[in-house]
Every structure is written in structure tokens, then in C-alpha cells.
Design a protein around this ligand. Structure first.
Ligand SMILES: Nc1nc2c(ncn2[C@@H]2O[C@H](COP(=O)(O)OP(=O)(O)OP(=O)(O)O)[C@@H](O)[C@H]2O)c(=O)[nH]1
Ligand SMILES: [Mg+2]
Length: 198
């Protein structure tokens, strides 16, 4: 079971990416008897996953609404991950972090408590980057810290130069991260999936 943590500031596009990613994984896993993907949402209530949308397209996605999988204590998250690993063992487990979580801490919790590979996909919001940067640069950077992939999202709403500058800044901060400029509102191309899943 491979674990992906989807992190990034409130409203950056985590759920939008997640929906496309889940569909992609289901498509890839078609024909296999394994459950291709399970999803843990950090928040109950305003969850954007529309199970019916996916199922109406003939896709099977199991969902688990884990409630508050707090990134600092991590207790209920770890329990849920253990349960999923034991009872379902999907090929992929995707965890959408809350918009104020630190994905690196979630990964540390998982790595210390579960024996599964964990990757962080962090999403940056190109449309609101400058405004957020002016108000809370530390939080933005902390949310990108340790990310394996950074998706600079909403590039349809930003000047190309703005997206390039964000990419440069993030690469300086996190030199190991693979960075992709995307617009999750449109269909993402195969290269982005290869970067995430490869
Ligand atoms: N124009 C544009 N809008 C986008 C894009 N990606 C996401 N959005 C919109 O941005 C809003 C927030 O997207 P979500 O996917 O819900 O963001 P989130 O990070 O899951 O939000 P929280 O879970 O509340 O933190 C929604 O209205 C999306 O439709 C994009 O690439 N371009
Ligand atoms: Mg969301």
C-alpha cells in the first residue's frame, strides 16, 4: 500500500486534484482484484469528494471519512491507516490534509508508526500566492517543506511569469521537490500523473 499525502493551503485545490487522481488510479487499476484507492479526508462535513460522481462514471472508489486526523497527535489517523492496511490493503491510500496542516508532520507520524511508503504532494495556489505570502509566508513554506512533488495550481488564473517566480522560490526552498505548473480545473496530463505516481 502506497500512501500519498495531499497538502497545501486552504482552498488551494487539494480536493480538485484528488478527484482527478482517484479517477486515474481507478483507471490504472481496472481489471485487478485489488481496491485501487482509498481516501482519507481530514474534515467531515465540507468534504468535496462526490462518491456518486465517480460511481456514475463506472469508477469504484472506497472512501473513509476519518474525522479529525490531527497532524500533531496523529492518533486516529494512525489507527485508520492500520485498519485500512489490514482490512483492505488498497494499492494507494490518499490522505487529504486540512488546509492548515503540516504534511511533513503527518508523514513523520506515519513513517514512525506504519511500515508503508509515504509521499507528499503539496499544492500551491498561484492565484492567491502573493496575497498569502504577504500575510503568512512561514505557513506557506512550512506546508511545502518535505514535499516530493509541488503542484503550482490555478495557473489559468495567474500570469505565466508569476507561476515561474513561484516555482523558482519554491525550488530554492525545497531543492529536492519536483515542481509542476498545473490547472486542476482542467484535465491534467499523463506527465503529471507519472511524476506523482512514478
Ligand atoms: N480557476 C481554477 N479554479 C480552481 C483550480 N483548482 C481548484 N479550483 C477551485 O478552487 C476552489 C477550491 O478548490 P478545492 O479543490 O476545494 O481546494 P481544497 O484545497 O481542497 O480546499 P480545502 O479542502 O477547503 O482546503 C474550488 O472552487 C475549485 O473549483 C484551478 O486550477 N483553476
Ligand atoms: Mg478539500
Amino acid at each position: 500500500m502506497k500512501i500519498l499525502i495531499l497538502g497545501g493551503f486552504l482552498g488551494s485545490g487539494k480536493t480538485t486534484v484528488l478527484l482527478q487522481l482517484a479517477e486515474e488510479l481507478v483507471r490504472e487499476g481496472a481489471g485487478s482484484s485489488d481496491v485501487p484507492v482509498m481516501i482519507i479526508e481530514n474534515e467531515i462535513g465540507e468534504v468535496g469528494i462526490d462518491d456518486k460522481v465517480l460511481k456514475n462514471r463506472g469508477l469504484q472508489v472506497k472512501e473513509l471519512f476519518a474525522g479529525c486526523a490531527c497532524c500533531t497527535s496523529g492518533g486516529s489517523l494512525i489507527e485508520d491507516v492500520h485498519t485500512i492496511a489490514r482490512d483492505v490493503r488498497p494499492t494507494w491510500l490518499i490522505i487529504e490534509a486540512t488546509g492548515v496542516a503540516y504534511p511533513k508532520e503527518i508523514r513523520n507520524n506515519l513513517v514512525n508508526n506504519c511500515n508503508e511508503p509515504v509521499k507528499i504532494i503539496a499544492i500551491a495556489d498561484a492565484a492567491r500566492w502573493q496575497r498569502l505570502w504577504n500575510a503568512m509566508s512561514q505557513l506557506l513554506l512550512a506546508q511545502l517543506d518535505g514535499a516530493d512533488i509541488v503542484l503550482i495550481n490555478k495557473c489559468d488564473l495567474a500570469e505565466p511569469k508569476v507561476a515561474d517566480d513561484i516555482a523558482t522560490l519554491i525550488q530554492t526552498f525545497n531543492s529536492a521537490a519536483e515542481i509542476r505548473k498545473i490547472s486542476a480545473a482542467s484535465r491534467l496530463d499523463g506527465e503529471v500523473w507519472s511524476a506523482i505516481l512514478g
